[in-house]
Ligand binder design. Structure first.
Ligand code: PMP
Length: 384
């Protein structure tokens, strides 16, 4: 089997697995306990926080340790909305955000906030000028992703941050960085980010852990009531093995970003070349997108059928994103990019990592060629 679903989750580094086991075995105290086992656990969290902060070039006090990006995005969006509702009730996001952002904004809409959902162009990019035009005096929050999880499209975050802060310096800028960290350079300062979310299992860390960066001076309304962990922002006993292991994955992913761009980018290049040479396929990802995601439509075919046909050939790809693959509707992201219903329902996502090779790509291409030939008659039937 060859795994082509790295945007859904990644194989943990051996070091991550070893660290999890070691910390679980030896350091099981509760960091809130005041005896030495508690202190020992608290020290581990302190160190993990420092490593996460260093990987993002921010201060340890600006790091909130979470259970992943779903929690981080909810905490950022709902926490900021509730905290700053007195200042205004207008929120801006885009049509291609992950459900943990998109649906958080829709939840707030039901609670009386006004949400503007900005469109993107055919390559999945937001025009910074359209954001500037949408920002108002009462805009308290703007949430925009770095890299789209279905297509790999990359937002021009420096231009967006600049346009936003020019239009309203008080508006909080949240970035969902899940698919960008470790894959492309991250410049929180240059982007003028106030909040930035990560999930560790997308960077070969453990599931159920993540980071929310919160710039000094920003306050959030806590969503959980209980203990005073994470400076009162996230009640509940900390996931110490997960956080220590995540900090290792963050360090390794940030150190390997350049290698990732080069090596995985070359795999993507080879696959794009084949797709371009193959008539009737429609590309939904581009050269200037993230190095690890290729989204392609097979008009007239059913994405699920294609996925299972590829699986029979040992290739594990996905339809849409893992979070939305179980819904029957065509991809919201591809429709927002102006693709037809047919293109949006016949798209598969191939997402790669450093464990893939050029040989794997060649095997994938021959599996795709066989699958397309096999499904061709069905396709013509479907197109009638
Ligand atoms: N944002 C993006 C862009 C994602 O790709 C994902 C994972 N599919 C998330 C948020 C949510 O991450 P998690 O499932 O780890 O909570």
């Amino acid at each position: 089997m060859i795994y082509w679903d790295h945007a859904a989750s990644t194989p943990p580094y051996d070091e991550v697995i070893q660290t999890m086991a070691e910390v679980m075995k030896k350091h099981y105290g509760n960091p809130s306990s005041i005896h030495r086992m508690g202190e020992d656990a608290a020290k581990l969290i302190k160190k993990a926080r420092e490593v996460c902060a260093t990987s993002l070039h921010v201060k340890p006090s600006e790091i909130i340790l979470t259970s992943g990006a779903t929690e981080g995005n909810n905490m950022a969006i709902k926490g900021a909305a509730l905290q700053y509702a007195g200042r205004g009730k207008h929120i801006i996001t885009t049509a291609i955000e992950h459900p943990s952002v998109y649906d958080s904004c829709l939840d707030l809409q039901k609670q009386g906030f006004e949400v503007t959902i900005l469109p993107v162009d055919g390559s999945g990019r937001l025009d910074p000028a359209s954001l500037a035009a949408a920002v108002r005096k009462d805009t308290i929050l703007v949430s925009i992703m770095h890299v789209n999880n279905e297509t790999g499209s990359v937002q021009p975050l420096a231009e967006i941050g600049h346009a936003l802060k020019q239009a309203n310096p008080l508006t909080i800028f949240h970035i969902d960085g899940v698919q960008g960290f470790g894959k492309l350079p991250v410049h929180l300062d240059q982007w003028q980010a106030d909040l930035y979310t990560l999930s560790a299992h997308k960077i070969r860390g453990p599931k159920g852990t993540g980071v929310l960066y919160k710039r000094e001076g920003i306050t959030l309304h806590p969503l959980l009531s209980g203990g005073k962990q994470e400076s009162g922002l996230r009640a509940g006993t900390e996931n110490i093995p997960g956080f220590v292991a995540m900090s290792k994955a963050m360090r390794m992913a940030s150190e390997q970003t350049e290698a990732f761009m080069k090596e995985v980018g070359a795999l993507k290049g080879a696959l794009l070349d084949w797709i371009r040479r193959t008539p009737s396929l429609e590309l939904n990802s581009f050269e200037d997108g993230a190095p690890h995601i290729v989204n392609v439509s097979f008009p007239g075919m059913k994405a699920e059928v294609l996925l299972h046909t590829l699986e029979e050939h040992g290739m594990l790809v996905s339809t849409k994103s893992a979070c939305s693959s179980k819904t029957a509707e065509p991809s919201r992201v591809l429709l927002a990019m102006g693709r037809s219903e047919d293109a949006a329902s016949s798209a598969i996502r191939i997402s790669m990592g450093m464990t893939n090779t050029q040989q794997d790509v060649q095997q994938l291409i021959s599996a795709l060629e066989t699958a397309v030939k096999r499904l061709q008659p069905l396709r013509q039937e479907g197109m009638k």
